[in-house]
Design a protein around this ligand. Structure first.
Ligand SMILES: [Zn+2]
Ligand SMILES: [Zn+2]
Length: 244
């Protein structure tokens, strides 16, 4: 199959043929319909976080299940799914403690399902390798979704949306009626705003340098928008929150 391969940090990715082995026990093969480009992919491709080369990045994907390994439950061939980077073993201390997103079990990306055509090492970037026609991932990384969501929108659920919504619902545990300030209304910030709205926040104040982004923030549930470039923007926030 074809994949976008990083051979040297900071250089353009090259589209070329690579090997993807079939799914083993507990793994699922997904035919990629859409994969967003997350800033983490860009940082990896620039070498900011190291890793083995060559590598295939891409971890914000949606597609269809085309093969299933032994022992996989709850998924069938033909299911429309997300393929995410969140791999969890289900039995380490953090998984057992209810925090599978920070699973402690190490995964060797250099010896995953990808190899070069001559059998050499090809890093399974971000545990997913979704800048490709297909990817093989652990079943914990696959989530079934309805099949009527446009794939180019659905793929965003795999990283940007859950990062922002999860920051509001899980990390901050926003209570109904709380006031929330979100600094930065980009991809993650907009979804933190959406998460705050889902949590029932009273005032949701977006702060950004761009009026256009503040306008978009209102569509995602912000009740107020403050330009960060305005004079002492924190005063405008405090005026809205009773000085708190
Ligand atoms: Zn990401
Ligand atoms: Zn674990």
């Amino acid at each position: 199959m074809k994949a976008a391969v990083c051979h040297a940090f900071g250089e353009p990715l090259k589209i070329e043929e690579v090997n993807l082995r079939p799914p083993l026990k507990g793994e699922v093969e997904v035919k990629i319909a859409a994969c967003a480009i997350c800033h983490s992919d860009i940082l990896f491709a620039e070498g900011a976080w190291g890793g083995t080369l060559p590598a295939v990045y891409g971890h914000e994907a949606a597609g269809t299940v085309v093969a299933i390994g032994e022992g996989v439950t709850g998924l069938e061939i033909g299911d429309t799914v997300l393929a995410t980077l969140l791999r969890s073993c289900g039995h380490c201390a953090t998984c057992g403690g209810g925090h599978p997103a920070i699973c402690e079990t190490k995964y060797d990306r250099a010896h995953g399902p990808l190899t070069t055509l001559d059998g050499g090492v090809l890093e399974h970037g971000l545990d997913t390798g979704a800048f490709a026609e297909r990817c093989v991932v652990d079943q914990s990384q696959v989530v079934k979704i309805p099949n009527d969501i446009p794939m180019e929108s659905a793929c965003l659920l795999s990283c940007g949306v859950i990062t922002g919504v999860g920051a509001a619902t899980n990390t901050a545990q926003i209570r109904p009626g709380a006031n929330v300030v979100v600094i930065g209304a980009g991809g993650v910030g907009l979804n933190a705003i959406q998460g705050a709205a889902i949590c029932g926040a009273a005032k949701i104040i977006a702060v950004d340098l761009s009026q256009e982004k503040l306008d978009t923030a209102m569509e995602f549930g912000a009740t107020h928008g403050i330009l960060a470039s305005s004079d002492k923007p924190y005063r405008a926030v405090k005026a809205l929150t009773g000085g708190r």
